[in-house]
Design a protein around this ligand. Sequence first.
Ligand SMILES: [Zn+2]
Length: 137
Amino acid sequence: MIKYNLKCKNKHEFESWFSDSKEFEKLIKKKLIECLFCKTKSVKKSIMSPRISHKKKINFPYKEIKRMKKDLAKLRKFVEKNFEYVGENFPREVRKAYYDKKKDKNIYGVATPKEAQELKEEGIDLTSIPWVNNKEN
Ligand SMILES: [Zn+2]
């Protein structure tokens, strides 16, 4: 199937589907295509059609992503093993750790973008980690 943008002599534009360009040529020669709006048989292909795409075909890097996911899963495991999960208390806990220098513990948890921004303004830099679901493969 091929889609053409068509234009009648009264400058109505509309789209129509054809099985292929040959079919379209045949129908247009026989004046079997009419304008959807004014029913005139004087219809031409609009200059815009057929659309030519200059877009490059993108090959989605599935392998790369799979590998990255594996690495992230490893990272997650590492964090889970070595850090203490504080969940939504994270901003509070991270402040405690930051202001009380004696406390040296590795924590991780969740912070809203606003909370992360506030912490950043206080001079606390956070590392955000894309969290992958372990079950996902
Ligand atoms: Zn028309």
